[in-house]
Design a protein around this ligand. Structure first.
Ligand code: NAP
Length: 335
């Protein structure tokens, strides 16, 4: 009798991996909202909430936000961490399963889709919702991370944190030269006594209209060719040590807050070559008002596909949309 052809070990593992109806990758407002909708639709979603790293933890960017005052339904505001724990609790109330790991590799070339976790587990899925969010870029200077994590007046989101009483009547620094920096600086003119716009060059990257608005504001003072070398202060921010790039001259300025607006990086490295991504790395969605990607059965929700609004409430909204689309996809027997 001829010997049976040996099955490669890896293939055997993949054949045995269970086929999930829906795998959700990410655990910010988009991921948990998708889970709540999918679980209530009896899809028993499997959420990979992330393993956690120095710059990102399960729950996403809101885990670094002290007070959320613009999420409807919380008239007195809510802590970012508390809010994300409640999102998760609500998903767990229904049939949601959670794995505290990342998805590090995907193969969307055939069905069911194949995914590999950071621990090396292989799984298969009929539908996938990508909700891995984005990370705000930081300057990486001394004092910044400590005061950002302690809520000491350093933030990467003026729209989220800028209206807090903490910043009112203060001199506020905004770092960056793009549209975000202009927008954050203009936003902060409502609360600050003065806004220092600190940019590393003498030319802005922002669109003409945003530049004009910022330049026309009497409350915004531009510090050109200037970089932040250190954020000063123990419990709360007291000032910045600045360096002028042309002369190398250093000086200190007193500020009561710093908003870093130097861009975001979407968490899409594990999707390269598998999904259509935009030039800036965000997931491209081919159809307006739909979360389906260029691969039928794979959906994207929240900041990972949104380089424009980047709000918790809009992320939650698209998480809902992705779950409804996944449910319909499965109901039509397409998975
Ligand atoms: P961006 O356009 O990439 O601008 C980032 C800015 O930060 C640049 O000026 C850059 O300086 C500076 N920068 C980067 N790394 C730095 C570092 N390590 N130290 C100091 N400065 C640094 O990012 P964005 O402003 O977040 O905008 C992203 C996208 O969203 C853009 O397409 C923008 O148009 C859009 N957006 C639109 C609006 C609106 O229309 N209302 C609002 C927000 C964002 P250099 O210029 O020297 O490179």
């Amino acid at each position: 009798m001829p010997a049976a052809t040996p099955v490669p070990e890896e293939a055997a593992v993949l054949e045995e991996a269970p086929v999930e109806d829906l795998v959700i990758v990410g655990s910010g407002p988009a991921g948990w909202t998708a889970a709540i909708y999918a679980a209530r639709a009896n899809l028993k979603p499997l959420v990979f909430e992330g393993a956690g790293s120095r710059t990102m933890i399960p729950g996403g960017q809101l885990m670094f936000t002290t007070d959320v005052e613009n999420y409807p339904g919380f008239p007195d505001g809510v802590g970012g961490i508390e809010m994300m724990m409640d999102f998760k609790r609500q998903a767990l109330r229904f049939d949601t399963r959670v794995v505290t790991e990342d998805i590090v590799e995907v193969d969307f070339s055939g069905r069911p889709f194949r995914l590999r976790s950071s621990r090396g587990d292989e799984l298969r899925a009929r539908t996938v919702i990508v909700a891995t969010g984005a990370n705000a870029r930081w300057l990486g200077v001394p004092g910044e991370e400590r005061l950002a994590q302690s809520g000491g007046g350093v933030s990467a989101c003026a729209v989220c944190d800028g209206a807090l009483p903490f910043f009112r009547g203060q001199v506020i620094a905004v770092v960056g030269g793009g549209d975000s920096a202009m927008e954050e600086a203009l936003y902060m003119t409502k609360f600050a006594s003065e806004v220092l716009l600190i940019h590393r060059r003498d030319e802005l990257r922002a669109s003409r209209i945003m530049q004009e608005r910022a330049l026309a504001s009497e409350k915004i003072r531009f510090l050109w060719n200037t970089v932040v070398e250190e954020v000063l202060g123990d419990e709360v921010i007291a000032g910045l040590r600045l360096r002028e790039t042309l002369t190398g001259e250093e000086r200190e300025v007193a500020v009561g807050g710093m908003f870093v607006a130097i861009g975001h990086d979407p968490n899409t490295a594990f999707l390269r070559g598998q999904l259509d991504l935009k030039e800036n790395g965000y997931v491209r969605l081919p159809t307006a008002w739909r979360t389906e990607t260029n691969v039928p059965g794979v959906f994207a929700a929240g900041d990972v596909m949104d380089d424009y609004y980047r709000q918790a409430v809009s992320a939650a909204g698209t998480g809902c949309m992705a779950a409804l689309e996944a449910e319909r996809f499965l109901a039509h027997g397409e998975g």
